[in-house]
Design a protein around this ligand. Structure first.
Ligand SMILES: Cc1ncc(COP(=O)(O)O)c(C=O)c1O
Length: 399
């Protein structure tokens, strides 16, 4: 059974309290729910969703509910396992942080992390899985450097700020074109794929699978019409939140710090035939061939972060894997839930009071304001319920 999410709970809240004017800008107007008889309203930029069946129900009393977009909350079970192994990892006599990255213990850790991720996402041997550094932002440069010559064109579909940043960085290394942008509609839309005017000569088509700031997520993916059929996705903020058919992509990349681990690890899944053609100016640390040939151990990797990602992958597998999350496709969770108050002057108070109630990191991204609750896999249902109850209470006091 899928557990109810912030959104479905919120909608329930509206009908029972006859409270907010609750509007959802990315669903058709007929689906908006409105209760105009109260003055306080909350506008939410995402759709009615449920969290995955793997959503934890609760967490221990002394932990607060952390709604941050990343670094983000991690599964309590994973933190406890890491705690139990922090001082001495298994029979190694030392912590993972102290191990040689070339020793057999760490090699077993990184190999297990890779094979568990391959199981979770059903990644075939046609793909390399790389554990890198520098965040998703470094990939904005690494991808064109590895896949393009300076005069090659590339197609970008820009559905939010991260896609825009990726595009701007690419202009330094190739000739990217924005073939669709949601900017004029404040990044609340995903385009119709048929209407996309893709360049057949483009090296690849780039999308951001889930725009973390605007809360806009692709539910399915455009078919790339470029010669080599290469689709590339920044999946930073919905990586491992649901099954993905990796074979549809030339490259998937994600910073770990949202859904699968601590900051400092960037995961790149790349089709093997796309490796080995980097531009000459490519720094060695950005060259996928170097990392693939050295199994992500060319230089000292972020060992502890990779170990933590491995624990998260193991935890997800133990809970039945990502397939579990495909049970209710039409109501699958979005990861980032931006919302605003009609009386925007009350937002600072909302955030302050929520923090006193041990619910933190609810402030929206500085570029858009408002509030944002990030509900990655590890956010317990109790956190969502507490936030909903708090919103009801806040409304009754300020409405
Ligand atoms: C979708 C997306 N892409 C890229 C980034 C940048 O990631 P990093 O900080 O790992 O460079 C973020 C960070 O929040 C993001 O949400």
């Amino acid at each position: 059974m899928a557990t109810a999410s912030l959104h479905s709970l919120l909608l329930k809240t509206q009908t029972t309290t006859n409270g907010y004017f609750f509007k959802n800008p990315i669903t058709p107007p007929s689906q908006n729910i409105s209760f105009p008889n109260k003055s306080l309203s909350i506008t939410c930029a995402t759709q009615v969703q449920t969290q995955s069946p793997t959503t934890p129900k609760s967490q221990s009393q002394d932990r607060i509910f952390n709604f941050a977009a990343g670094p983000a909350t991690l599964p309590e079970s994973v933190l406890k396992k890491a705690e139990s192994e922090l001082y001495i990892w298994r029979d190694s006599g030392m912590s993972v942080m102290e191990m040689s990255h070339r020793g057999k213990d760490f090699v077993s850790i990184i190999e297990k992390a890779e094979s568990d991720l391959r199981l979770l996402l059903n990644i075939s041997s046609d793909y390399h899985v790389l554990f890198l550094q520098g965040g998703a932002t470094t990939q904005f440069a690494a991808i064109p450097l590895n896949l393009c010559k300076p005069n090659d064109s590339v197609d970008f579909v820009v559905t939010g700020s991260w896609g825009d940043k990726a595009f701007k960085e690419a202009t330094k290394y190739c000739k990217p074109n924005v073939i669709w942008s949601g900017k004029s509609e404040k990044y609340t839309k995903i385009p119709s794929f048929e209407a996309l005017e893709q360049d057949p000569n483009a090296k690849y088509l780039h999308i951001c699978g889930n725009e973390t700031i605007h809360g806009v997520e692709f539910k399915n993916y455009p078919v790339p019409l470029n010669k080599d059929g290469i689709l590339i996705a920044d999946m930073s903020s919905h990586f491992c939140s649901k099954p993905v058919d990796v074979s549809k992509f030339g490259l998937i990349y994600a910073g770990a710090q949202k859904n699968v681990g601590p900051s400092g690890v960037t995961i790149v899944i790349i089709r093997k035939d796309l490796v080995g053609n980097a531009q000459e100016i490519t720094p060695v640390m950005l060259d996928y061939k170097i990392h693939a040939d050295n199994k992500s151990l060319y230089n000292t990797p972020p060992c502890y972060g990779i170990y933590m990602c491995g624990l998260v992958f193991e935890d997800l597998l133990n809970q039945g894997g990502l397939e579990q999350m495909s049970v209710e496709k039409s109501v699958r969770s979005l990861m980032n839930v931006p919302f605003t108050l009609e009386k925007s002057e009350l937002e600072a108070e909302f955030i302050k009071e929520a923090s006193k109630e041990k619910m933190v990191q609810l402030k929206g991204h500085r570029s858009v304001g408002g509030m944002r609750a990030s509900i990655y896999n590890a956010m317990p249902l109790a956190g969502v319920e507490k936030l909903v109850a708090f919103m009801k209470d806040f409304q009754s006091r300020h409405g």
